[in-house]
Design a protein around this ligand. Structure first.
Ligand code: C5P
Length: 298
């Protein structure tokens, strides 16, 4: 199940419910977790988590109890359809944990699709999307996939015209950032003057519609970037490498700390990944491309 990135992330003033209105452009990329749901004899829903990447990622905490978002997804689906059975979930994690790439949300979307098939609930797409929205702001997009606009708190997803394939490098940090903490930092930054109602940059939509990677690179934007860079000043070194390696654009992914670099093609992204690793500016550099389909059965 793919990870998500935000090609633009416009964040408005904090709402009464604590969330922030977003104007975002999502893209799903082929850095994928795998979620399996298998039958069990009783009504228990359990999860085990395996790490598909290098050892360092095992240090990141992933809950294996009812706090795991994939378990919450299975339980929400079960409640909605009055299912009596249980499920054993197993997740192979590749998406960095707390990296600003919605790995937990990707697992939740995958768990919905897998448990729906296991239990034969016959849920419609709309019903799955409603359950997804209750689980987290990014979960509906991870069902949807591709390239899409996100409104509301991120859960209102609509398709956007996008041509071509985009080659990314992800500079992965060895410690994650809390999304809630980054949003709280954003509120502090705007304590005196509230941010304007966010809008998606027109230049980004034009560049996506014509498949213009240079235009997309120039139009990347993220209102949370300044906060993530304040919390992790060392991420600035990645931007320097991006400039030197002629990345088409460099941006903090979501709430960070993963930084994404847009490359011209697969060869250029291999070069950028090599530079990032040899300069020692991140714990790992991973190549991926998008857009990818959303959560689906394999
Ligand atoms: O929706 P999700 O559970 O993924 O959000 C995690 C946290 O991120 C929320 O508790 C909130 O602090 C913050 N958030 C926000 N505005 C959004 C999305 C997330 O403030 N639009």
């Amino acid at each position: 199940m793919p990870a998500k990135i935000n090609l633009a992330l416009g964040v408005g003033p904090r709402r009464d419910d604590g969330y922030h209105p977003l104007a975002t452009v999502y893209q799903a990329v082929d850095l994928c977790d795998e979620v399996r749901a298998t039958e069990v004899d009783d009504d228990s829903v359990t999860v085990r988590v395996q790490f598909g990447g290098d050892g360092w990622r095992e240090q990141a905490p992933v809950p294996t109890d009812a706090n795991n978002l994939a378990v919450k997804a299975a339980l929400a689906l079960r409640d909605a359809f009055d299912v009596k059975a249980g499920a054993a979930l197993s997740i192979r994690k590749v998406i960095p944990v707390m990296g600003g790439m919605a790995g937990g949300s990707a697992d939740a979307a995958a768990s919905l699709v897998a448990c729906d098939a296991l239990w034969g609930t016959g849920a419609t797409r709309t019903q799955l999307e409603e359950i997804a929205a209750g689980l987290g702001s990014d979960v509906p997009f991870l069902l949807h996939g591709g390239t899409a606009l996100g409104g509301g708190r991120g859960e209102e997803v609509s398709p956007v015209l996008a041509r071509g394939r985009f080659h990314w490098v992800f500079a992965i940090a060895d410690h994650g950032l809390s999304t809630a903490e980054v949003y709280a930092g954003y509120d502090l930054l705007h304590a005196d003057v509230p941010p304007p109602v966010p809008e998606v940059p027109a230049a980004l939509l034009t560049a996506l519609a014509s498949g213009d990677a240079y235009g997309v690179g120039a139009a990347l934007s993220n209102d949370l970037q300044a906060v993530a860079l304040d919390l992790r000043p060392e991420l600035r070194h990645i931007f320097t490498v991006g400039e030197r390696g002629a990345a088409l654009g460099t941006l903090v992914s979501g709430s960070g700390p993963t930084v994404m670099l847009l490359a011209e093609d697969a060869d250029h992204s291999a070069q950028l990944a090599q530079m990032l690793i040899s300069e020692g500016v991140c714990a790992d550099a991973v190549q991926a491309s998008g857009p990818e389909p959303g959560a689906h059965l394999v």
